[in-house]
Design a protein around this ligand. Structure first.
Ligand SMILES: [Zn+2]
Length: 512
């Protein structure tokens, strides 16, 4: 701690030693009190700044968002003008003050190219952080705009204009709540676009706005989440990362969905977890421990409303209903199936995941006709409602092997019967889903589960078992697979298991 008073001379020397000089334009973010005791108060700092850049230079301070004492005093000085902006106003004086401030309010965004921040980048002027860190470096928002970061959103603000009129303005590409600008500090130092010094007690950073923007833009292009924090409990950054992933999915032909039974009981939390992974589709199995078939009509209506309110679509219903040993009489099953179709229609979804009935081991062939009869009847009923059945392969059920799956699909012979291709279940049955199963069976897939396991059966994170998940995703992308990849990791319900599995999916996708 410096105990002596900070003088104008000390400030001038400090700024010049950092490289600020006559004729420069500088945008100042500050915490006046960080300097320690300053002789004659804030005006000394302002005079020092003006002395260094001279009449050929320009001094600017954001106002009033920063709520800084120095900025307020600065804005009250004779000759200082302000941009009338409801959220990101700037005060300025000097040679190019009017050029920087003109039409700030008319700009469609708060920090874009036609604002003081964007113009400072273009002019490669200076940013001075006086006793504050990168968190206050508003010009980084201009860089996010330049990169068109997918997490920027619209914001409508109400403000009082210069004539005392209350007005509204919708700002595009508005910066969201939390950021990790602090995490860029080291990058700027290492890339040589920032010098760090000290004036009084204040740590002072001086950056070239244009050079900084170039470095930050490169970082952002390499990793669209470069400005966000990695704290898994920061709801702001989790949801902003979700927006990046959502934008990434829009470049893909497939649709990413997830099986509800493996998430969490609380629906709102479930949807927040999915949004954090860029997912806006849901395969409806269980919600809060109850299957969609067990819900009352009121519960179903509430669920549908909630999904709609959060802009979710139901990719498929998966009622896990025909998981019992096959019986002689198909009529009760078909009657139940009609009810299930109504539920699928209620959720406005066009896909229904089914199993193939339990049959005794090693006697499967004896049951082929019975299974085929039911499937054929079910497909007829579904087709009338424009609903496609997705048949999931699973050990212990009739459709355990790829051969039997193919036989069923080909024998029914309708486009309304496709496979819910489960690679982990094929691996459990000893089949290699990519190398061992012919590509024409893969082409029967109306959905592929992102579900991995060892040949021995134990579930694994996607890409870490024997189910050749990565190969499947990659080859399907090669032919613009336009159906569902459904995250069903099988690692046990819960947020952490789901997020770990989803991150594996995203990692694989990032490598393709
Ligand atoms: Zn954060």
């Amino acid at each position: 701690m410096v105990k002596t008073a900070v003088s104008r001379k000390m400030i001038v020397e400090g700024l010049m030693s950092l490289g600020l000089k006559r004729g420069d334009d500088v945008l100042v973010h500050s915490a006046f009190s960080s300097l320690g005791y300053v002789e004659d108060g804030p005006r000394t700092v302002i005079e020092a700044l003006l002395e260094v850049v001279g009449s050929e230079g320009t001094v600017m301070m954001p106002w009033p968002l920063g709520n800084s004492y120095l900025a307020r005093v600065f804005s009250e000085q004779p000759g200082v003008i302000s941009s009338q902006h409801p959220t990101h106003a700037v005060s300025a004086t000097g040679a190019r003050a009017r050029m920087y401030l003109k039409n700030h309010l008319e700009s469609p965004t708060a920090c874009g190219p036609e604002t003081p921040y964007g113009r400072l980048i273009k002019a490669n002027g200076y940013i001075l952080l006086l006793g504050v860190d990168q968190d206050r470096n508003t010009t980084l928002h201009a860089v996010e705009e330049m990169a068109d970061a997918p997490y920027l959103s619209e914001k409508t603000v109400t403000y009082v204009d210069a004539d005392g009129q209350t007005r509204q303005k919708t700002l595009k590409k508005f910066p969201g709540p939390h950021r990790n600008f602090i995490g860029l500090d080291r990058l700027f130092r290492e890339e040589g676009v920032m010098r760090v010094g000290r004036i009084g007690n204040a740590v002072v950073r001086l950056l070239r706005a244009g050079d900084m923007a170039e470095v930050a833009l490169t970082a952002l292009r390499k990793d669209p989440a470069a400005f966000l924090c990695a704290n898994p409990n920061c709801a702001d950054c989790v949801s902003q990362r979700g927006r990046i992933k959502q934008a990434r999915l829009q470049q893909e032909s497939f649709i990413l969905t997830a099986f509800s039974s493996e998430l969490v009981a609380d629906l709102k939390e479930m949807l927040a977890i999915l949004q954090g992974q860029g997912i806006s589709h849901l395969e409806l199995g269980r919600v809060a421990g109850r299957s969609v078939l067990e819900m009352t009509p009121v519960e179903r209506t509430r669920l549908r409303q909630e999904l709609k309110a959060h802009q979710f679509s139901v990719s498929a219903i998966n009622p896990e209903w025909n998981r019992w040993p096959i019986t002689e009489d198909p009529d009760p099953d078909l009657a139940r199936f009609r009810e299930i179709l109504k539920v699928a229609q209620f959720f406005d979804c066009q896909h229904l995941v089914i199993s193939s009935f339990k049959v005794p081991a090693r006697e499967e062939n004896r049951y082929r006709d019975q299974v085929l009869f039911r499937l054929t009847e079910m497909v007829k009923l579904a087709r009338d409602q424009h609903i496609t059945l997705l048949l999931e392969n699973e050990p212990g059920f009739y459709a355990a092997s790829s051969d039997r799956c193919a036989d069923l699909v080909e024998s029914v012979g309708s486009l309304f019967l496709r496979l819910a291709f489960n690679p982990a279940n094929f691996a459990r049955g000893g089949e290699k889903p990519f190398l061992g199963i012919s590509s024409h069976i893969r082409k029967m897939a109306g959905q592929v589960y992102i579900n991995d396991a060892l040949f021995s059966g134990s579930p694994q994170l996607p890409g870490q078992g024997n189910a050749e998940i990565k190969e499947l995703i990659s080859i399907l992308r090669c032919r613009s697979f336009d159906s569902f990849f459904c995250l069903k990791p099988g690692l046990g319900a819960g947020k952490e298991n789901f997020n770990r599995a989803a991150e594996c999916f995203w990692q694989m996708l990032a490598e393709m």
